[in-house]
Design a protein around this ligand. Structure first.
Ligand SMILES: [Fe+2]
Ligand SMILES: [Fe+2]
Length: 144
């Protein structure tokens, strides 16, 4: 399987989770419930962005440089992570809700950019063989 298809499939799971968060979070009454959801997103997002950073950034670095996105891509991962961490450290349920929904919106925007720009670019530039080797590398990480 191509690495780009792996990442798209992971995005689909995130979008379902985000739908759930956006409908339930405004109704949650306790800080602990909101924080627990933030921890779920954080736990899922960390390995996803690490896969992108490790398996994608290197072979595509020159292309990101060309479209001026090299830093942006990495910065957005860090920004999403720190917003999720802030949701977990919030002192009130209101603050936790706001910060978590902000992190979810930032994720959606970032994922959308990857789906529209980054993945098609990778498929244009990298050979089919390289894309499936990277998919294999992803699978090996899961098994490790
Ligand atoms: Fe990403
Ligand atoms: Fe992604």
């Amino acid at each position: 399987m191509k690495i780009t298809d792996v990442l798209r499939a992971e995005h689909a799971v995130f979008h379902n989770l985000f739908d759930h968060i956006e409908t339930t979070v405004p109704r949650l009454k306790t800080l602990a419930e909101v924080k627990a959801l933030a921890a779920v997103v954080e736990t899922l997002h960390r390995p996803h962005s690490k896969t992108e950073d490790d398996l994608f950034m290197e072979p595509l670095e020159h292309c990101f440089d060309q479209i001026g996105q090299n830093e942006t891509f990495h910065e957005e991962h860090k920004c999403i992570e720190s917003t999720l961490a802030r949701a977990r450290q919030a002192k009130t349920v209101k603050e936790a809700r706001q910060v978590l929904l902000k992190a979810v919106a930032a994720c959606r925007e970032h994922f959308d950019k990857e789906e529209r720009i980054v993945f098609p670019m990778a498929e244009r530039i990298l050979k089919a063989k390289t894309l499936s080797e990277l998919g294999q590398a992803w699978l090996r990480r899961r098994e490790a």
